[in-house]
Design a protein around this ligand. Structure first.
Ligand SMILES: *[C@@H]1O[C@H](CO)[C@@H](O)[C@H](O)[C@H]1NC(C)=O
Ligand SMILES: *[C@@H]1O[C@H](CO)[C@@H](O)[C@H](O)[C@H]1NC(C)=O
Ligand SMILES: *[C@@H]1O[C@H](CO)[C@@H](O)[C@H](O)[C@H]1NC(C)=O
Ligand SMILES: *[C@@H]1O[C@H](CO)[C@@H](O)[C@H](O)[C@H]1NC(C)=O
Ligand SMILES: *[C@@H]1O[C@H](CO)[C@@H](O)[C@H](O)[C@H]1NC(C)=O
Ligand SMILES: *[C@@H]1O[C@H](CO)[C@@H](O)[C@H](O)[C@H]1NC(C)=O
Ligand SMILES: *[C@@H]1O[C@H](CO)[C@@H](O)[C@H](O)[C@H]1NC(C)=O
Ligand SMILES: *[C@@H]1O[C@H](CO)[C@@H](O)[C@H](O)[C@H]1NC(C)=O
Length: 562
């Protein structure tokens, strides 16, 4: 959840960790909202439309939202066409349009060409209107907060004044957002309304029931939909599950239950792979952990100035914490690089780790008040109306925030990062009366949900997937034995074959199945890769493309549930 800045042409330059994106060029301002889907060609080979929906479903004539929708169209003959599968990449604040524009073809390869693969930007976010933005210009936003990883989410553990300062900043931002929201738009940017929008999108395609895959925060959205519209469930997969009861209570502390398990998999994997496989190798997991602690503590006294071709900044304790926490989301692609960066840091060279979180400096674009390409810079603030406006009001004082920090820190060593969530929400002041607050669940959905959880997910522990499956009798929990956030993080043909069967044939996996991943975080952990069929290799490639298309959008920023 959070800064979730998509990598856009010209403005953001790809960092090593975030991998490179194809140019995502399309001018959404030309697409007018309508009650029907009026497709226009966009990106390469895709179609775009903007659907008009009520801003306020309890007062349908009081304003509209315009939902940006992209589809990778089905290529099947009409007789085999099976309608849209909607995708939500989490956040809240993540752009489904960017994800599908980037890798819609790969989604189609995995799920089948009978489906339209559909990405949409939830109201408030990216190309949808109205936009959740509290600043009058991008320059104003950049002055409030420079775009580097270390600024939105400082480690709360570095000095006594971090929590009070962040609390005061949250109050300021919350007050600013409310006072500038003269039309009262922000209160409508909530998950229950996005769920209602998903039903409208489905109906606009000419279908009655939702087909959906949601990851991370997208699981709250999917479960909320199934709770509000149990008879409209066609197929729903929720993957990397946040407990909806926790979400709507405003207290998601338990989401950090497995964070340290994920970190432990870094230590264990590094020790097992040997000095050739892991650059930060030491003979035991414990020794690697101790080396890491020594190294990060040293940054408190000796932060390191770094200058690269793209930017410059100070590599600090907070910076390292952000890079580490981010790496836990995608161990299979990040751990080896993280180890390399740590080994270089041990020699005094912080450049590689710095580039893993590097963001291009802000630049004003001449002659334009708000650069359309930079509109996605609002994704950090766009998460707030939903992340903080959905649930119960959090109005903690500094003393209470310190108390909840102590609670969270007992659960996870990464609470210094994730605790920012509660601090940010403590300043939020827009909560719509009558919004959905739970309870989550439905005794009889029109089709059972498929629930997926990883055994070591840094922000959505398996226990939450299990709990959520319990809200929906008949749903099946499918487990992925891998570290990382959502099944996208750890490519698994086993998982994706079950997902495909579920969408195509309505077949749920047997209860209790545990899939493994086809990848390893460090090269030489178990020697040879087994021989693969051509179909499997193509599937693996498609799954990697999905990960590359989704995670750049997902990675940055906190509170990164995603
Ligand atoms: C559909 O969109 C095109 C532009 O892409 C526009 O010219 C046309 O009027 C629209 N049709 C309707 C019915 O809104
Ligand atoms: C939040 O949840 C955690 C874990 O269940 C609990 O220990 C803590 O007291 C809760 N915090 C608040 C402020 O309710
Ligand atoms: C890890 O710690 C050991 C001592 O326990 C030391 O010999 C080694 O150089 C350290 N390695 C790194 C990469 O810091
Ligand atoms: C940085 O710039 C220098 C000089 O222009 C160039 O030689 C070098 O390849 C660049 N490095 C990277 C990583 O782009
Ligand atoms: C520091 O690390 C970077 C990235 O790995 C490398 O390009 C650079 O040459 C290193 N600098 C020194 C002084 O070794
Ligand atoms: C805070 O820092 C202390 C001392 O460096 C460390 O022992 C502790 O694990 C950290 N806690 C969190 C939640 O970061
Ligand atoms: C559950 O819903 C289905 C279809 O919506 C219906 O046929 C069935 O009778 C319902 N079962 C129960 C126990 O309510
Ligand atoms: C990998 O396979 C090759 C050829 O089949 C074999 O010689 C080698 O010992 C294997 N290595 C491991 C680590 O299993």
């Amino acid at each position: 959840m959070g800064a979730i800045q998509a990598v856009a042409t010209a403005v953001f330059v790809c960092s090593v960790l975030l991998s490179c994106q194809a140019a995502l060029d399309f001018d959404w301002t030309t697409v007018k909202a309508g009650k029907k889907l009026n497709w226009t060609h966009c990106y390469s080979g895709l179609q775009c439309a903007r659907l008009e929906v009520p801003l306020d479903y309890s007062a349908p004539h009081h304003g509209v939202a315009g939902i940006a929708i992209v589809r990778y169209p089905s290529t099947s003959p009409k007789s085999e066409y099976r309608g849209p599968i909607l995708f939500n990449p989490g956040g809240p604040g993540g752009s489904g349009v960017d994800a599908i524009a980037e890798s819609g073809a790969a989604f189609s390869a995995v799920f089948g060409e009978q489906f339209d693969i559909v990405g949409f930007d939830p109201r408030g976010i990216s190309y949808s209107t109205p936009t959740a933005s509290f600043f009058k210009s991008d320059a104003e936003r950049a002055q409030w907060q420079h775009p580097g990883v270390d600024s939105p989410y400082p480690s709360l553990n570095t000095s006594l004044d971090v929590i009070p300062m962040q609390s005061a900043r949250a109050q300021l931002l919350g007050t600013l957002a409310k006072s500038r929201d003269t039309e009262g738009l922000l209160q409508h940017i909530t998950t229950d309304n996005v769920a209602r929008d998903m039903l409208r999108i489905t109906e606009a395609f000419g279908f009655e029931k939702l087909q959906y895959w949601g990851i991370s925060y997208g699981t709250v959205l999917g479960a909320t939909f199934a709770t509000l519209f149990p008879e409209k469930v066609g197929r729903i997969i929720i993957d990397g599950v946040m407990d909806g009861a926790a979400w709507y209570s405003g207290n998601i502390t338990n989401s950090m239950e497995d964070t340290d398990v994920t970190l432990q998999s870094f230590f264990d994997g590094c020790a097992a792979s040997g000095p050739d496989g892991c650059a930060f190798y030491a003979p035991t997991s414990g020794a690697i952990a101790a080396n890491l602690t020594a190294l990060s503590t040293s940054l408190l006294n000796d932060p390191i100035p770094v200058i690269t071709n793209l930017s410059y900044g100070v590599f600090s304790y907070t910076y390292l914490r952000n890079v580490m926490f981010t790496a836990l989301y995608t161990p299979l692609t990040s751990f080896a690089l993280l180890a390399q960066g740590l080994a270089e840091l041990a020699t005094g060279n912080a450049t590689l780790l710095y580039t893993m979180g590097e963001v291009a400096p802000f630049e004003c674009v001449r002659g334009s008040h708000t650069n359309p390409v930079q509109i996605r810079q609002n994704s950090n603030e766009a998460s707030l109306p939903t992340a903080c406006g959905d649930g119960s009001v959090v109005s903690d004082t500094v003393a209470q925030l310190r108390g909840s920090y102590e609670t969270g820190a007992k659960l996870s060593s990464f609470w210094d990062m994730f605790g920012n969530w509660r601090v940010r929400c403590s300043g939020w002041k827009v909560h719509r009366d009558g919004r959905f607050l739970g309870p989550m669940g439905a005794s009889n959905t029109s089709f059972p949900l498929l629930v997926i959880g990883n055994t070591a997910d840094p922000v959505t522990p398996l226990s939450m997937a299990r709990k959520t499956s319990g809200y929906f009798p008949g749903s099946v929990l499918l487990t992925l034995d891998a570290p990382g956030h959502t099944s996208i993080a750890a490519v698994s043909t086993c998982i994706s074959n079950h997902m495909r069967q579920y969408f195509q044939d309505g077949i749920l996996p047997d209860a209790g199945i545990v899939c493994s991943t086809d990848e390893e975080p460090f090269p030489s952990t178990s020697g040879n890769i087994t021989k693969r069929s051509v179909q499997d290799l193509e599937l693996l490639e498609a799954l990697r493309q999905i990960r590359a298309g989704v995670y750049p959008i997902t990675l940055q920023g906190l509170p990164r549930l995603r």
